[in-house]
Write a protein that binds this ligand. Structure first.
Ligand code: OGA
Ligand code: NI
Length: 361
């Protein structure tokens, strides 16, 4: 019933393990009340504030297949505004085959349905695997969800002993999806670079050797969705994130001007958002926005987050071309691996992590 969580102490590089329940196992007990460790403080609860009735921007990626005509230009402007003002958008016609998206959902569902002892073969180890990665104390409020976290790129950094062999098509499907996400990620990075007047490959070059990570999220039905969260408010620590969510079940919410906006699933679309590294590289032009997931009482939800951005060795900092007298440098330079260590060293906590890189003004 218990599996592990791993906390990382950046000051001495050690990790400490904490035992936390597998939420799926808790949920299967037909609980009538929510266990204490999942009950959020009043102000953190999902309906502490009314929800914003807005929709995040929708970008038709098909427009970028055309050569510099007016439609392409207009869509590029829309994309730029989405990433500056929302930090999030839904991508249509993104080029990733629907069949592959379905297969990804399929392998996640198949993995979840395996017996617990099979899943625990891949228990969290050095920040990767099945379990939790942001538990840093024995009394911390926990998220109502189980995760599987794996490095997918560069290939030599894959921890293959943590890649499930069941379902049998797990590895092959993730492999194919990794390639597609890299193509789409590169495309978006080029467009975002172009949109601020830089050479299209500028952001990609600044990332150095690219890295990609995958987080599978499983949110079981929750006895009290009004008291719990599926994933705590956080910004993503990478360059950009491509999220494949359930076609029907709501869960993701983003924080827009202090209010929570639910992200309505659009069948076939992918949700793309800016992570902390792209906020730094763009010197704050693009925003990495706080988001969270809520749960549902009568249905579970699966999501697949692919994180794409600078590799561990890359020295990350704002693009010099974006800094001038009117636009002073807002972030310091640092090694990506140090940010990762910092990111995993405490619980998820809104946009706090990026303070690591901010220059005090
Ligand atoms: C994440 C994330 C949201 C969701 O994995 O970083 O924000 O809807 N997931 O599962
Ligand atoms: Ni996220």
């Amino acid at each position: 019933m218990y599996n592990s969580a791993l906390a990382f102490n950046p000051s001495d590089g050690t990790s400490k393990r904490f035992s936390v329940p597998v939420v799926q196992e808790l949920a299967s007990q037909n609980l009538h009340s929510l266990p204490q460790r999942y009950i959020r403080s009043e102000k953190e609860r999902p309906n502490a504030f009314p929800l914003h009735q807005l929709d995040i921007p929708i970008i038709d990626m098909g427009m970028f297949l055309r050569d510099s005509d007016l439609c392409r230009q207009k869509e590029l402007e829309k994309l730029g505004i989405a990433c500056q003002q929302w930090g999030f958008f839904q991508a249509l016609n993104h080029g990733i085959p629907l069949s592959l998206m379905e297969r990804m959902r399929g392998i996640v569902r198949d993995f979840i349905q395996l017996p617990l002892e099979e899943k625990l073969k891949y228990e969290v180890h050095e920040l990767e695997g099945y379990g939790q990665t942001f538990v840093t104390s024995d009394d911390q409020i926990l998220d109502w969800g189980d995760t599987m976290y794996l490095t997918t790129l560069p290939p030599e950094n894959r921890k293959m002993d943590l890649w499930p062999t069941k379902p049998v098509d797990f590895r092959e499907t993730v492999d194919q999806y990794t390639v597609e996400i890299q193509k789409l990620g590169n495309k978006v990075l080029c467009l975002l670079s172009e949109n601020v007047g830089l050479k299209p490959d500028c952001f990609i070059n600044m990332c150095g050797k690219m890295a990609q990570m995958m987080r599978l999220n499983y949110y079981p039905p929750c006895p009290r969705p009004d008291l719990a969260l599926g994933i705590s408010p956080h910004s993503d620590g990478n360059g950009l994130t491509v999220l494949l969510q359930d076609d029907e079940t709501m869960g993701l919410q983003i924080c827009k001007n202090g209010q929570w906006v639910p992200v309505q699933p659009i069948p076939g679309a992918l949700v793309i958002n800016i992570g902390d590294m792209l906020e730094v590289i763009s010197n704050g032009i693009y925003k990495s926005i706080e988001h969270r997931a809520v749960t549902n009482i009568d249905r579970d939800r699966v999501s697949i987050a692919m994180f794409y951005g600078p590799g561990r060795e890359t020295e990350v900092g704002p693009a010099p071309e974006l800094i001038d007298e009117l636009h002073p440098c807002k972030y310091r330079r640092f090694i990506r691996a140090d940010y990762i260590r910092h990111f995993f060293s405490g619980k998820l906590d809104g946009k706090k992590k990026i303070e690591f890189a901010k220059i005090e003004s």
